[in-house]
Design a protein around this ligand. Structure first.
Ligand code: PFF
Length: 462
């Protein structure tokens, strides 16, 4: 039995609070905004299937690993990695894994806040009745006008960043935690109401077929990489967010049990969001692969037509903002805890500093939708590049090393002790997955997406 540490930043009052907070981190723009639009861009069913396989085979084992590392180390991910590596008699350089997570968190939050700003602006657009009886073209124009205005995007991005840093400054455990308890179930109910509306569009079957009929012939290596990257993004994995939340988990809680609940809830929300959106897309002759604007030009059409749409539309965007809010705070929490631990800063000071840096990087995303939209690299704008680099490369790479650490660096006794599992099937399966399957899967998908896998195969066949 190893010594048990305690976190200087506090502890969740129960495992339920942890499940709630981690679900708050996982469920966000990734589920409601990103999942539908990348599913649309990557052809539907086959992409969704790959995503689900990645959640089960890669996401869940890595989430268990992150919570395990977090609770074992009970510090910021950077210090946790250094401590646990030393404990296992390995190089403290493992702390750089924590650093890459902090960097990924900064970069993701910088654009996440801009998109959350869109949702925030839509609260007011919906409430003012702008969508009532609006045609698809009119709704599209409202969205394009928003993107074309750097001033508006900047203002909403600024407001969202301030909201985030206020909560972070007060500590993750206060304030938002209470609100989320009601808001998450409300968001889910509202998505179900939208599915009910979608059932009546006459295009529900088309929507379902698009989501669940898998045609693998159209799936590229890059699509597989995006599906895997999204499994990390949507579960908040590979950058220390779940690790830092894990560091506040009470000793008695079961890591496997809580992980299943979090991953299950997150996946359900994404699938239900897809079921609400695609029938509306097809009923209005819209393009599923039109990109990041997808929910902003489809759902308002539905709200404009349905009874009570003014109310439901406003409420929907309020709830999306809350979902994004509870995710955003977890993106910056690893950095804040490090500043508090190593620089002796107060949470408030650390929050202001980190917030300003992130806000500044966000300006690049704001401009990439208008003044800089012509500047591209590999055919990608600043926003596209940032999203691709973080979600599809940094998070899977972070996850890969977390799996290697939990599977190969930590001793069997240590992981077993922390998971509170005996040497039964469940534990052995988890260990097998993090030691072999997860690292191999990430590497194969990387090679496939870069075209290196094909090259390697031909070389081997010679
Ligand atoms: N999981 C969040 C979402 O789906 O919107 C985004 C996110 C939060 C990613 C925290 C990574 C993270 F560490």
């Amino acid at each position: 039995m190893a010594q048990r540490r305690s976190s200087m930043h506090g502890q969740w009052s129960s495992r339920w609070v942890f499940v709630l907070a981690a679900t708050g981190s996982a469920v966000g723009l990734g589920n409601i905004w990103k999942f539908p639009y990348i599913t649309g861009e990557n052809g539907g069913g086959a992409f969704v299937l790959v995503y689900l396989v990645c959640i089960a085979g890669i996401g869940i084992p890595i989430m268990m690993a992150e919570v395990l590392l977090g609770r074992r180390g009970r510090q910021s991910p950077i210090n946790t990695m250094a401590t646990l590596a030393r404990e296992a008699k390995h190089s403290p350089h493992w702390k750089y894994l924590g650093w890459s997570g902090v960097l990924a968190g900064f970069l993701i939050l910088s654009y996440y806040s801009v998109i959350a700003g869109w949702a925030l602006s839509y609260v007011f657009r919906a409430a003012s009745g702008r969508f009532t009886d609006a045609s698809a073209d009119e709704v599209g124009a409202i969205f394009n006008n928003l993107l074309a205005s750097p001033e508006s995007l900047l203002a909403w991005h600024t407001i969202f960043m301030v909201m985030t840093m206020v909560v972070v400054a007060r500590g993750v455990r206060h304030g938002l935690e209470k609100a989320i308890r009601f808001l998450m179930p409300a968001l889910f109910m509202l998505l179900l109401i939208m599915v009910g509306y979608a059932l009546n569009t006459g295009y529900f079957d088309e929507g379902l077929a698009f989501l669940f009929d898998a045609d693998f012939s159209s799936l590229s290596g890059d699509s597989v990489l995006i599906a895997m990257g999204h499994a990390f993004f949507t579960l908040s994995l590979g950058m220390g967010a779940i690790m830092i939340y894990g560091s506040y988990v009470p000793e008695k809680a079961s890591i496997a049990g809580t992980t299943f609940m979090i991953a299950g809830a997150d996946t359900l929300v994404a699938l239900v969001a897809g079921m609400a959106i695609f029938p509306i897309v097809f009923a209005n002759g819209l393009e599923p692969g039109q990109g990041p604007g997808l929910i902003f030009v489809t759902l308002p059409i539905a709200f404009g037509q349905m009874p009570g749409g003014l109310f439901f539309g406003t409420l929907f965007f309020v709830l999306v903002v809350f979902a994004a809010w509870s995710s955003a705070i977890s993106l910056i929490e690893p950095a804040i805890t490090w500043l508090v631990e190593n620089k002796g800063m107060k949470r408030a000071t650390a929050s202001i500093g980190a917030g300003i840096v992130t806000w500044f990087v966000g300006l690049g995303t704001v401009l990439s939708f208008n003044l800089w939209s012509g500047y591209t690299l590999f055919d990608k704008t600043f926003f596209d590049l940032l999203d691709y680099l973080t979600a599809n490369i940094m998070l899977p790479l972070g996850g890969l090393f977390i799996a290697v650490f939990a599977g190969w660096i930590m001793t069997r006794e240590a992981t077993q002790d922390e998971l509170r599992m005996r040497d039964h099937v469940g534990y052995r399966l988890w260990r097998f997955l993090v030691r072999y399957v997860t690292p191999a899967a990430v590497i194969v998908v990387f090679l496939e997406a870069t075209g290196l896998l094909g090259w390697l195969m031909t070389v081997l066949e010679r």
